[in-house]
Write a new protein. Structure first.
Length: 131
């Protein structure tokens, strides 16, 4: 009966999901500039990887916020997908299909928003270095 046992199974599940979400966001923030480096500057894979690591290091906080804020819209879908049996017990079974479709739509929209925003930040950073 210590602190660890008082948290309970649901608490650990929520904690691990939160840590997983933050790690996912941090990883995406670190590697987000790879696509603009390849598409805009025509870099090879390895030089684009080096470029994205340098830019992400110098702009980590703005990049992290740029990734996290739109992805927060996907967080409720993640929570519902973690326990579809609970969702079906509280609503009709077909709600799981609706939730999956909403997840696809929200995921696509947030990915487009994050990629577009990262490209704009990449171009802004590139202009600052050039001039």
């Amino acid at each position: 009966p210590g602190v660890l046992s008082s948290v309970g199974r649901a608490g650990w599940a929520a904690l691990s999901m939160g840590i997983g979400f933050l790690l996912w966001m941090a990883t995406e923030a670190v590697f987000i500039y790879g696509v603009p480096a390849v598409m805009i500057e025509g870099k090879s894979f390895w030089s684009a990887l080096k470029r994205t690591l340098l830019i992400s290091r110098s702009l980590f906080l703005p990049t992290f916020l740029l990734v996290v804020i739109p992805k927060l819209a996907y967080l409720p879908i993640m929570l519902l997908r973690a326990n579809p049996a609970w969702l079906m017990s509280k609503t009709v079974a077909e709600s799981v299909l609706s939730m999956l479709m909403a997840g696809i739509l929200i995921g696509a929209l947030t990915d487009c928003l994050v990629t577009s925003s990262a490209t704009l930040l990449f171009l802004s950073h590139r202009r600052q270095l050039a001039g």
